[in-house]
Ligand binder design. Structure first.
Ligand code: CAA
Length: 240
């Protein structure tokens, strides 16, 4: 039977590309979304991949959703923690709410979702988790203390959980995307983005498919010796 894969934030941007790639690779994919109902419905209609709404920052909602998915499709054996938001502002202007929202969603969501599937993965002796970090969690970024802290946290979280899963058939890896051509990056002021792209050796923004390719590689059954690693996919912008 096809393995069930959950992709959070899976109906748009990088998450959508991941959901499509895993679907193509033969997984039974369920895509999570939090807000954009209209895009999620279009996604379901266009791809045939079921989309389910819950907020990854809400621990109870993650537990309930994974329980429901297990009943409907089977136990979650592949988890891609992709859901993320930005609330960019310099420290002077950043509201406490912007800190909480980004840390609770990007890092808290990663904990909540892993917690919801972890026992089952341990019981079955198999699991694949990929957490989407960021170049900005590795290198920092002006105007992103919240996002950089959360994404940096994801990289630490990945290495810690990988140690707990290693002898149990569960791999936990991270991908650190650079600047990818998505709505999130399109929201960066054009004059700022222009300077960022000028610093990318490959000379362009990345494509969502180029991240999805890495995820498909890491979740494969025969990738069991790769754990605790961070795959940087950033056009050479930060060689780490
Ligand atoms: N380094 C140094 N100085 C910088 C800077 C940088 N990277 N970016 C901005 N500044 C300076 C500006 O030059 C300006 O200086 P002056 O006042 O002396 O002219 C000052 O900071 C204020 O800049 P802004 O006018 O832009 O200030 P703002 O308050 O309107 O906006 C900001 C600040 C929100 C940080 C805005 O610059 C911004 O959105 N920057 C982009 C941040 C970014 O890269 N976010 C990534 C989003 S995509 C993502 O996160 C995905 C991923 O994983 C890669």
């Amino acid at each position: 039977m096809a393995r069930v894969a959950v992709v959070t934030g899976g109906t748009r941007g990088i998450g959508k590309a991941i959901a499509l790639a895993l679907n193509k690779a033969g997984y039974r994919v369920v895509a999570n979304y939090a807000g954009n109902e209209e895009k999620a419905k279009t996604f379901e209609k266009d791809t045939g991949i079921p989309a389910r709404k819950w907020d990854v920052a809400d621990f109870g909602a993650c537990m309930d959703a994974c329980g429901q998915i297990a009943k409907e499709f089977g136990p979650v054996e592949v988890l891609v923690n992709n859901a993320g938001i930005t609330r960019d502002a310099t420290m002077r202007k950043m509201a406490r709410e912007s800190w909480d929202a980004v840390v609770d969603t990007n890092l808290g969501g990663c904990f909540n979702m892993c917690k919801a599937v972890w026992e089952g993965m341990l019981d079955r002796g198999f699991g694949r988790i990929v957490n989407i970090g960021s170049i900005n969690g590795q290198a920092g970024q002006y105007g992103q203390v919240n996002y950089a802290a959360a994404k940096s946290g994801i990289h630490g979280f990945t290495k810690a959980l990988a140690q707990e899963g290693a002898a149990k058939g569960i791999t936990v890896n991270a991908i650190a995307p650079g600047y990818i051509d998505t709505d999130m990056v399109a929201a960066v002021p054009p004059n700022v983005l222009e300077k960022i792209v000028a610093r990318i050796p490959v000379g362009r923004l990345g494509k969502a498919d180029e991240i999805a390719r890495g995820v498909a590689f890491l979740v494969a059954d025969d990738a069991g010796f790769i754990t605790g690693s961070t795959m940087s996919i950033n056009g050479g912008q930060h060689m780490y």
